[in-house]
Ligand binder design. Sequence first.
Ligand SMILES: Cc1cc2nc3c(=O)[nH]c(=O)nc-3n(C[C@H](O)[C@H](O)[C@H](O)COP(=O)(O)OP(=O)(O)OC[C@H]3O[C@@H](n4cnc5c(N)ncnc54)[C@H](O)[C@@H]3O)c2cc1C
Length: 382
Amino acid sequence: MNHSRRGVIRRLSIAALGTSVLGACAPSYQQSTAYISHPRKLPKVKVSKDRVIKETVGLRPFREGGPRIEKQELGNKVIVHNYGHGGSGWSLSWGTALLASELVDTTNQRQVAVMGCGVVGLSTARTLQKKGYEVTIYTKDSYPNITSAMATGTWSPTSRLIKPDRVTPAFAAMYQKACTHSFQTFQRLLGLNHVVDWMDSYRISNGQSTRSDYSNELKDKLVTPEVDFYPKGIPLSRKENPFKYSNVSKSPTTIFNIPAYLKMLQDDFLLAGGNIQVKEFKKPEDVDALPFSCIVNCTGLGAQEIFGDEELMPVSGQLCFLIPQPELNYRANMSGVYFIPRQDGIMLGGNGIDNNWNTTPDPEVRDRYLHALEEMMKNLRS
Ligand SMILES: Cc1cc2nc3c(=O)[nH]c(=O)nc-3n(C[C@H](O)[C@H](O)[C@H](O)COP(=O)(O)OP(=O)(O)OC[C@H]3O[C@@H](n4cnc5c(N)ncnc54)[C@H](O)[C@@H]3O)c2cc1C
């Protein structure tokens, strides 16, 4: 880690954020971990090929320079871009929606179109509605045929967000504002039909480096003590450790129950008077033809074709789902493979292939996930 660089970024970011964000500093769970209990026995995942119920390959919309949140003039229309969130789109959805809405605020328009009905489009549309805008969403697809429906759904605001050497002080400030607003909004959704939950997460280190998504490097550059929403992992003693592995840590983490969450967002949008139109855009002229002067572009990877953004690239991620087991109340990861018990299945995942448009699940990846999970379960104390 480059401490002097981090220090500069931190000072500049804090200055840019102002007191309102700093007032909402990192939550108190980081000061005290005394409340955490460590159950020695955990329920086991039943692992076998015949319990696989679903496989997906989603394409993360990654840009080396990070998400594009900016205003562009197109003829006599204003386009506000909000896309390219990589592996952090769920986590930062409310935050970048707020930033995009602030750009819309500068246009004097009260009726706005939003392109795209993924988590970013829906969160942006809801944020605008709450500010009093009349919003129409135009989209070619909605749940379940969108990237947002094929995500893991954990709090991971630094996952494949930006190439670490492209982080600037302005980006760090933007990240910290977005991250803070998102985290706080998610905590207000707790208790609402489990669309957002907290869960214990076990990390098993076996000497192999597991993260290839820039997350750790980005944490060094973007996370400051004042704006740190990553609960720290606690190394478990032998007495506390439910696994036979020696190097295990545990931290609480936020998870999103994706199908219920997306349905809630869409229902809330319609109940508040929103309108959803099915429409595919191919080129800027299609956007120009919309009967709105201000249009927010939340088309994720779609922006490559519509607006010719060559910096956008797909980073594919395969997930495999086993029959749900409601008794499971923890997640774990080892050697780059993780499982998370969601209401719609026990999800296994962990891969990412740059520049891969292929969305056909690879049986070898599925078998690797199943094998890793079987190993984890064999090493769970009974
Ligand atoms: C395997 C995997 C795991 C992930 N895990 C996490 C995680 O744990 N945490 C996290 O924060 N993020 C995660 N992500 C990232 C996250 O899913 C994305 O960043 C996020 O879904 C992007 O949302 P979006 O709304 O921009 O895009 P999308 O969900 O792709 O939505 C784009 C919308 O635009 C519409 N559209 C696109 N092109 C056009 C067009 N030409 N005309 C009209 N409409 C169009 C689409 O139909 C869709 O409605 C993961 C992603 C993957 C693939």
